[in-house]
Design a protein around this ligand. Structure first.
Ligand code: HEM
Length: 460
């Protein structure tokens, strides 16, 4: 690969990569406009720089070789720990996404079978039925001529999918509204806290009190779900029942109630916000690139026609997959990641002392010019057979990489392919405004304003 930077240098490693001075200025710019701040720093300092955020030294990596080093080649030396994980644990406890080794390995082993391809096949019927519910609701909206907020619709849909597939909660279940309301409040308040963590969550500010109340509600709902599942043993095959039945293959241990609560909240978060964001960006990009949408429609017509798409169709919806892959390249919902070095290391010729946080942003990694020519262009053809058709080409990490690769990647791809196919079979989504929409980097990557569309029915 041209321009590949060395991981180590011939001479002895230099102590610290260059970077801006001071802590307050960079902290404020990072917290309020992270993408703009990082873009400026990367222009100025290149593939690796150091910065102090809230007084903590952080090394920012912007070359896929460095990310590969941390996530794959030296993964055992980089732990998902540090201040950001501590903050996320306030809500998710020690669920699989926030746990560290060795308990993480145990959790991962317990959860892995739930996401086996065969299980995903069982879930696709539920996914299709949830998408049908959305389409029926849209039929009424379309006949009234009203507009819809695509982001809100995709969030509602992906939340219903995850609640039904993984937890067997139906729309009529009274717990569902209480759960989604409390979850929305808690994640919003956690995001505000993580953005500017000056006062601890124990400080009784109005926002922190809202967070605590929402967490109390989530605790009581998840405990009720666990109790109900205990009495309904054997009748359901939801994720929760599987989690409760799962035993560690080596020790035979089961998960505690507390652990189950952490895994439920982790799966709820990891399993809906990311897919909802990706789908929202898909609809935005299709509005900007009508020729891509026409090709997509032609593929769906040829492969599925007017019948309901089945799991067996998904591998043949090749262009649909490419559209999703390219959307994930440009707008990776998990836009940032970090690890903490356990032992001293060297990256790019710079010393990384034990305890250092290394950070990178997929938003920029996926735009690295030595891997992605004309990086701002939305071109699903980058993932075509002519370009190797790899699911994980070099420099591409929407689902992460290495041992902590996203557990729900196959689930998410199936859900997104089905959603796109079923919506395009029935509707054209006509953007109500052609204004450019910029991404805003919160916990995940959101559009800076709602994306609204009119629905135009294409089939009865
Ligand atoms: C477009 C959709 C999705 C994207 C872009 C995405 C992205 C990611 C990324 C980047 C990571 C790695 C984090 C790291 O390296 O620290 C991750 C982890 C994870 N994801 Fe996803 N995800 C998606 C959907 C899902 C779904 C649908 C589920 C579950 C139903 C899920 C469950 C998880 C879990 C449990 C982890 C933690 C794995 C671990 O730490 O071992 N994700 N995801």
């Amino acid at each position: 690969m041209p321009g590949t930077p060395p991981l180590t240098s011939e001479s002895s490693p230099v102590d610290r990569p260059p970077g801006p001075r001071g802590s307050l200025g960079p902290t404020l710019r990072f917290q309020y406009t992270p993408l703009r701040f990082l873009a400026g720093m990367l222009d100025e300092y290149g593939d690796i720089f150091s910065v102090e955020l809230l007084g903590m030294p952080i090394i920012v990596l912007n070359h896929p070789i460095f990310v590969d080093h941390v996530l794959k080649r030296q993964h055992y030396n980089y732990e998902r720990s540090g201040p950001a994980v501590e903050m996320a644990r306030e809500m998710f406890g020690r669920g699989v996404g926030t746990a560290a080794r060795p308990e993480w390995l145990w959790q991962r082993r317990l959860l892995q079978p739930i996401f086996h391809r065969q299980r995903i096949a069982e879930f696709t019927e539920i996914m299709s039925s949830a998408i049908q519910t959305t389409l029926h609701r849209w039929d009424r909206t379309a006949s009234s001529g009203a507009t819809i907020d695509v982001g809100a619709e995709m969030t509602d849909l992906s939340l219903r999918i995850v609640l039904r597939t993984l937890f067997d909660l139906h729309p009529a279940d009274a717990k569902l509204r209480a759960l989604t309301d409390a979850f929305t409040v808690a994640t919003k308040e956690l995001a505000s806290f993580m953005r500017f963590p000056v006062l601890p969550l124990s400080a009784p500010t109005p926002g922190h009190r809202r967070f605590r109340r929402a967490l109390d509600a989530l605790d009581s709902i998840t405990h009720e779900m666990i109790r109900q599942q205990e009495t309904a043993r054997g009748s359901h095959r939801s994720l929760l029942s599987r989690l409760m039945d799962a035993r560690d293959s080596e020790t035979g241990d089961r998960m505690s109630v507390h652990q189950l609560r952490d895994e439920i909240l982790t799966m709820l978060f990891a399993g809906h916000e990311t897919s909802a964001n990706t789908l929202t960006w898909v609809w935005y990009l299709l509005g900007c690139y009508p020729e891509v949408e026409e090709r997509l429609r032609a593929e769906i017509d040829a492969v599925v026609g007017e019948r309901q798409p089945l799991i067996a169709d998904l591998p043949r919806l090749v262009y649909t997959r490419q559209v999703i892959q390219e959307t994930l390249r440009l707008y990776s919902p998990a836009w940032q990641n970090y690890r903490q070095a356990l032992q001293d290391d060297v990256i790019g010729g710079y010393r990384i002392p034990a305890g250092t946080t290394v950070f990178w942003s997929y938003y920029f990694i996926h735009r690295h010019e030595s891997y992605w020519p004309d990086p701002e262009l939305f071109d699903p053809g980058r993932f075509s057979a002519a370009h190797g058709a790899r699911v994980d080409p070099p420099g591409y990490y929407p689902f992460g990489a290495g041992p902590r690769l996203c557990m729900g990647n196959t689930f998410a791809m199936a859900e997104m392919q089905l959603t796109i196919a079923m919506i395009l079979q029935r509707y054209r989504l006509i953007a109500t405004s052609s204004r450019h929409i910029a991404p805003v980097a919160l916990i995940t990557l959101h559009p800076h304003r709602p994306i609204t569309v009119h629905l135009e029915r294409c089939r009865s």
